[in-house]
Design a protein around this ligand. Sequence first.
Ligand code: SF4
Ligand code: SF4
Length: 230
Amino acid sequence: MGSVSEYFSSLGYGIRSLLKGMKVTGKEFITPKLTERYPENRTQHQWPDRFRAQLKFVYDDEGNHKCIACGSCERNCPNGTISIESKMVTTAAGTKKKKLVKYFYDLGSCTFCQLCVTNCPTAAIEFDNDFEQAVFTRSKLVKQLNYLPEKEEPEPTPEELARIEAERQAKIAEAKAKAAAAKSAREAAGEAPAAPAAAAEAPAAPAAPAQQTKNDAAADDKKAADDANK
Ligand code: SF4
Ligand code: SF4
């Protein structure tokens, strides 16, 4: 008899638990959703500007970027995520400068710390919020950020070359003139202490009479010898 009452008691407990669970489920069924319905909402959703998905170059409308290949971002990246190839070119002004060749960024090792962006002196890079970056191989995570062809540095015209050469020659002449002036000044400064030295040697002049006396004595000895021979 006891086992029958226990059976119905357990059955009642099971039914109450079931209804309790159904109540929670029913309540959540009609509650507005808090989770994102990705990827169905990918065209409507607005991602925050501060969201950092991947690094990118800032290009203007003419396809120019502001990277000067200084390497600051590469040096400040704690993970070796950035790799820059550059070359030296001669500008139209006749000066040498670095020019970017390739800018590589490995999304797979980036920790999105943004040190590269904050240390860039020309604001040439920034983060975008395009987070859909899934690929099948790690090698595809290495991206060349300067994806547009690099524009060649304009060659100096013959007139500019002539002007550069004239400026160079003028600088050389100016440097030579400065060096000559400095040399003259040094020599002038060096002669001043030499004068007292000459004065110090002046007392040696009486040596001449001594030499003369010695010569006279030798002449007297010779004369005496000649007289003796006679
Ligand atoms: S965000 Fe940080 S880890 Fe990523 S490339 Fe820039 S400096 Fe390196
Ligand atoms: S992105 Fe900025 S910091 Fe990096 S090399 Fe270019 S100019 Fe320098």
